[in-house]
Every structure is written in C-alpha cells, then in structure tokens.
Design a protein around this ligand. Structure first.
Ligand code: TAP
Length: 492
C-alpha cells in the first residue's frame, strides 16, 4: 500500500525510495496529540541535486516529453485511478499528519483525483497556432515542455496544493521535482510511490522532503530548474522570485490572503452565516483564501454576529479522525502560539472577543494544538490583526453603511486572493465583483473552487495562476517556426 502510517517515509528519486545521503529522519507529529506516529527523511543539498539530475535524465532519455500527449494522459488517468483506489488511506494519512477533519481530507483527495483526471484530458490538447504572414511562408507556434519543473508546497493542503501544479506540468511533458512542507511530507511521498505503477517513467516524478532553506533553495538554485511553482508565504515567495529572476526562470506564486466577506442588507442571513463559518473555520482557518474579514451592513450587524457566534461556539473540536469532528487542531504548537499572538493583538488594539479567543486546556484536547473558533468585533482597521494574515480560525468583524464604504474597506489590504459577496441583488453582485481587487470572487458561496476554474491572487497574493484549461500552457515554452515554402522541393 502506498499510504501507510507508523512507517518511515523516504524520498522518491529516479523511481526509487532513497533514505537520503545523510540518512537523517525527523519524527512526524500528530497535531491532535503532538506525539510522533511516523518518520520522514530529511533531505540535503545533495539529495536535491540527485533529484534534479534524475529528473533531467528522465526528461532527456525517456519518451515522456516526445510521446503522444494521449499516452501521458492515459498515465495520468491511471495515476488518478490508483489514488482513487487508495483514497481512504490517503485521507486518513493526511488527517493524521495535518490535523484537519477526515471529511475535509476526503474532499481534498477527491479534488486531487479530479485534478489528475482533468489534466489527463488536457495532455493531448496543448495546441499552437498558425499565423498568416506575407509571401510564400507558413508560420506556426509550438508549445514545448520546459524540462525540469520545481514545485514547493505548503502544509495546509499538503497533497492537493502539490498535485495542483504537478499534474499540469506532467501533462505538458515535463519532469517534476516536488518538495513538500517539512511538517506534512507523508501524502506527497505516498503519491510519488504510485507513479511507477501508473506507467510514468522513473525519474519523471520525484519527491524530496527536507527544509525549505536547504532542499527548497537548492532546487531553485539548480541550473537545471526550468520553472518554479511556489505556494506559501509572501516572504519566502519573494525570496524565490529574486533568485528565479537572476536566471530568467518563470515562476508561479500562490501566496497569502486576508479575504473580505461582504454581507449586504438583502443577503440570505442563514446561508451567509454558514458560508462565513466555513470560510474561516474550515481547515481551522489555515487557508490562504480564508474569508477572515467580515464586513457586514450595519442593519444586519447584530443578527449576523449572533448567528456567527452560535456557529463558532457550537463547532465540535477534536482529532480529525474522530467521528463528527468539525474542526481539528492547528498544524503545530508553534503555529498555535503564532495565531494566539494575533488574538492578543486584536484584544489589546481594542477588539471585543465575541467567541473563543483561547486554546483548549482541558483533557483530552489539551495536548493537541486546539484553538477555540474565534470571532473578534470592532478591531480597528489599522491593527495588525486586520492587516496581516493570521492563518487560523480568527474572524474579525466590522460594519459599513453603504456600497462604496464596503468596497473601500474590502480593498484596503495588501492582499487580494478571494473575496466573498452575499446579496440577492444581481446588479450589486455584478458591480461589486468588478470593483473588488482580488483574483477570485464568490457570490453567495463559501470559498469554493474546481480544477477547471482558475485559482489566482491579485496584489500581494500571487503571480500567475493555477487550475483551468490554460494551466498546462504555463508549463510550456512557446516556439515560433517560420517556413519559407518557396524553397521547398516540388513533387516529381
Ligand atoms: P512557507 O513557510 O512559505 O513554506 C512553504 C513551502 O516553502 C514549504 O515547503 C517550505 O519548506 C518552503 N520554504 C521555506 N523557505 C524556503 C526557501 N528559502 N526556499 C525555498 N523553499 C522554502 O509557508 P507555510 O507556512 O508552509 O504556509 C503558509 C503560507 O502559505 C500562508 O502565508 C498561506 O497563505 C500560504 N498559502 C497560500 C496558498 C495559495 S494557493 N495562495 C495556499 C496555501 C498556503 P519548510 O516546510 O521546510 O519550511
């Protein structure tokens, strides 16, 4: 089986499981208890180099890039099938490692399967253009794979956010090297083990675990690296962008967010409250697209706040593997401390805690990284708790008097990933969606996405995009070919 807990997880390089040159492993903790349950290899610069070398060799020597796209599509389809057959084991492993409720991990794995299937369908549709030019000439464009593509993933959706870029890169014919987050490497490694049986040549899909500062940087610095897709924090993203710029390496950045959710007076309050609850307490708020700033029309403030307070106070917290659990622990004790600091900032800047605001300290959850779902009202707009990404289950609430004030407050952020709008008035929805400075807008929906819809941020939230029919193109290089047909031999 590819996904087993209580085991050692090694790197996947050139189709083989390798313990790494230093033979170093780190314990992987269950965030619900902070006890170790598995071990993962910790890679070195040499391991990163070996993975790049294996990928480069496979790209040049296997038929992966040159083959008919339909064959790559079939291999990706088989990979999707293998993952689907083990979906429950993968979901349990994801929950054990990252903490989210099993229901959410099942959704994540289903999304990964769907992404692979979707990209499988795109593999033979990477089409160029023919361009009319004067004279006896013929001009056309080709989209060729880049070579070795590097993918650096975060810990909040460990497999989903890794495969979201790996799948289109493979569909385009590249060889990939994936570095999962140090805290959550298990499902990515288990996924790498599935590749061989799916007919993906050895070395086309490599996974190296290890720290960002060592393995991540070594992958980006490697001269064979032809593109970088990074999902994570803004500071690291900008550092990678500087390095990539030095060698003209194209890159995609999916960074943080501080999403506004705007509730207009005609909104369906019940649905809005549920959507707001999911948008900030789903995945314990550890979502780049978390709708973490609630902006509510002043006429609805009291009833909406009461509904959201009831949702926050009523959520069942516990280990993600337990039945009926609605919110799991935060990913690590360090991250819990980081989120609690922001709760303190919100409080000391004058915010009123409406729900939660503290970690759970009674048994049996005291050993885990559990934070009560938190709602804070009236934090001043200049507070760090409103301006910076908290990446936890903490919702700030403020009110507005008219549309212009709502849009101004929503756009008053360095980020621009996802914004949510609740209204039954189409003209308001359309007009506000146009004015919001964000890569994605959902109307009368909790944050939602599909493999076929683009995922992208504006302003400090990112560069480039993922998902959708154009995603495969991002992993290709355009080539223009101009042929003068006057010189061609005439038949006979
Ligand atoms: P980061 O600390 O930025 O880590 C992300 C990945 O980058 C990890 O694999 C990390 O490795 C690696 N890394 C760290 N330093 C590096 C370096 N110098 N060079 C190369 N790689 C390096 O983020 P995180 O804490 O895992 O995730 C939280 C952040 O990600 C939040 O800001 C969140 O908004 C953002 N995020 C954004 C999105 C989208 S789609 N926009 C989705 C999810 C998360 P280690 O694990 O070893 O540190």
């Amino acid at each position: 089986m590819a996904a087993t807990p209580d085991a050692r997880y090694a790197h996947i390089v050139g189709g083989r499981e390798l313990p790494g040159t230093r033979g170093e492993h780190r314990p992987v903790l269950d965030p619900a208890t902070n006890r170790p349950f598995a071990e993962a290899a910790v890679g070195s610069r040499d391991d990163a180099r070996a993975a790049m070398e294996a990928a480069d060799r496979a790209f040049r020597e296997s038929n992966w890039a040159a083959d008919d796209g339909a064959r790559r599509g079939k291999a990706l389809q088989r990979l999707a099938g293998r993952l689907e057959a083990e979906a429950e084991a993968f979901a349990r492993l994801e929950t054990r490692n990252m903490g989210k409720p099993l229901r959410e991990s099942r959704g994540d794995i289903a999304f990964v399967v769907r992404t692979l299937e979707y990209c499988a369908g795109l593999a033979d549709k990477v089409e160029g253009a023919t361009i009319p030019v004067p004279g006896p000439r013929f001009d056309y464009t080709l989209h060729e794979p880049l070579g070795v593509t590097v993918h650096i993933a975060p810990w909040n959706y460990p497999l989903l956010l890794a495969v979201r870029s790996v799948a289109p890169a493979l569909a385009a014919g590249n060889a990939v090297v994936l570095k999962p987050a140090s805290l959550t490497p298990l499902t990515a490694i288990a996924f790498g083990r599935l590749a061989a049986g799916a007919g993906i040549p050895d070395g086309i899909l490599n996974v190296v675990a290890g720290s960002g500062s060592e393995v991540g940087e070594a992958l980006v610095d490697d001269p064979r690296c032809r593109s970088v897709t990074f999902t994570g924090s803004g500071d690291v993203g900008r550092r990678i962008a500087e390095k990539a710029a030095q060698r003209n390496v194209p890159l995609t950045l999916e960074l943080g967010g501080k999403g506004p959710v705007i509730v207009f007076p005609d909104a369906d309050l019940e649905r809005a409250a549920k959507g707001i609850g999911y948008g900030i307490f789903g995945n314990a708020g550890q979502m780049c697209w978390a709708a973490s700033r609630l902006l509510v029309h002043e006429s609805l403030r009291a009833p909406l706040l009461e509904r959201v307070r009831r949702i926050a106070s009523g959520l069942k917290l516990g280990p993600g593997l337990e039945d009926g659990v609605e919110m799991g622990p935060l990913v690590s004790a360090e991250h819990l401390a980081h989120v609690l600091e922001y709760v303190d900032v919100a409080r000391s800047d004058g915010g009123t805690i409406v729900a939660g605001g503290a970690r759970l300290t009674s048994a049996p959850l005291a050993d885990g990284n559990f934070l009560a779902p938190t709602v804070v009202a009236d934090v001043p707009p200049g507070s760090r708790a409103v301006r910076e990404e908290i990446f936890g289950p903490v919702l700030s609430v403020s009110s507005f008097a008219d549309v212009d004030e709502a849009v101004r407050a929503a756009n008053d952020s360095a980020y621009g990933l996802l914004a949510a709008v609740w209204t039954r008035d189409l003209a308001t929805a359309y007009g506000v969606a146009r004015r919001l400075e964000s890569g994605m807008v959902v109307v009368n929906e909790a944050p939602s996405t599909f493999p076929q819809t683009p995922f992208l941020g504006a302003k400090g939230s990112g560069l480039g995009f993922e998902q959708g029919a154009r995603a495969v193109e991002a992993y290709t290089r355009r080539k223009n070919v101009l042929v003068n047909v006057a010189a061609a031999k005439r038949p006979g």
